[in-house]
Design a protein around this ligand. Sequence first.
Ligand code: 5GP
Ligand code: MN
Length: 338
Amino acid sequence: MNTSEIKEIKGLLSSPKKIVIIPHKNPDGDAIGSTLALYHYLTGLGHDATVITPNDYPRFLKWIPGENTVLKYDADTELAVTKIREADIIFTLDFNHFSRTGNMESLLENTDTTYIMIDHHQQPDDYATYTYSDVGMSSTCQMIYHFIEKLDDLDKVTADIATCIYVGIMTDTGSFRFRSTTSTTHSVIADLIDRGANNTAIHENIYDNNSYSRLQLQGVALKNLKIIPEYKTAYITLSQKELDDHNFKKGDTEAFVNMGLSVEGIVFALIFIENKGENIIKISLRSKGDFSVNEFSRNHFEGGGHHNAAGGKSNLSLTETIEKFISILPSYKNALNP
Ligand code: 5GP
Ligand code: MN
C-alpha cells in the first residue's frame, strides 16, 4: 500500500461512512482481534462500523472487547445482508480469497463497493480496490497496527484496540516464537502494553480456560499421534465419535497439531479431524524450516495459508484421507529428509 493509496483512504475516512469488516470462516484469534481492533478504531473516528463473521468462533475469544457487537452471517443473515448491501466500504481481514468466507462468497462477489484487503496469507486474489498484503508479517493484527500508524493515528490506539491487536499477534506467532516474529513485532507489542494491553490477563483469557473434557480429548489426540521417522512427519487423527465422546466445542482442537511438531526431529505435522456435519475431514498442517505446507495443501488438500502453517480439507473418509496422505509422502522424501 503506497503513500497515494494511504492518502486516498484517509480521504475516504474523512467523513462518516457505513463500514463492514469481515474475517475468514471459523475465525481465529488473529481474525477476531484484527476485525475488532479496526472496529474500535473506525467507530472512534465516527463511522458506523459492523464486524460480520461468516460463522461463530470459539469460547476462548468470547471476552475480547467489542465481541458482543459481532454479527454472525449464518445466524443473523438478514441484517448482515442489509449491512453488506448498504456498505460504503468493506474491509476484508486475515484472508485473501472470497472462498475463505464460506457461504458469504457469492454475496461478496456480487457486491459493488470499495473493498480494502489487509492480510498476510500467500497468493492474494485481486478483488480489492486497495490491497495491503504482506506475507512476511506475523499477523493481520500487526498489519492493523501499521495501518493505523500509516494513517498517522497511533495516538488513537486505546486500551481496547491495544488488547485486540495483542491477541492476534500472540495467537498467530505461537506466543512470539514463530519465525515471522521480528524485532518490529516486539516493538509493536511493547507499545501495545504501554497503551493499556494487559499481557498477563490476555494470556490467561486465551490459554487458561481448559475444560476437563477438552483435556481428555487432548489425551486421545496424543494417543492417536503417529510418527513416520523416514519423512520426519507426525500426524494425529480425531474421529467424529472421539469428538462426540468428549463434548467437543468449536476451538477445542486448536493447537493440537503443534504437539506433533514438538517431537524431536519432526519437521512436518498434521491433524486430520472428521466433521460429519460438513462431510469433510478438516486438516491443519504445520512445518519447521524450508518445507512449505502452503504448497503441500494447495497441491493435495484444497487449502493453503502460510509457508509453515496452513489448512485444508478432504472429501474422502478419514481412513481414505490417511491412505491418500501416506501415498503422497514418498514424493516429498527429499524435501522432508534431505
Ligand atoms: P488452521 O490450521 O489453524 O486452520 O490454519 C492455519 C493457517 O492456514 C491460518 O492462517 C489459516 O487462515 C490458513 N488456512 C486454513 N485453512 C485454509 C484454506 O482452506 N485455504 C487457505 N488459503 N488458507 C487456509
Ligand atoms: Mn492471521
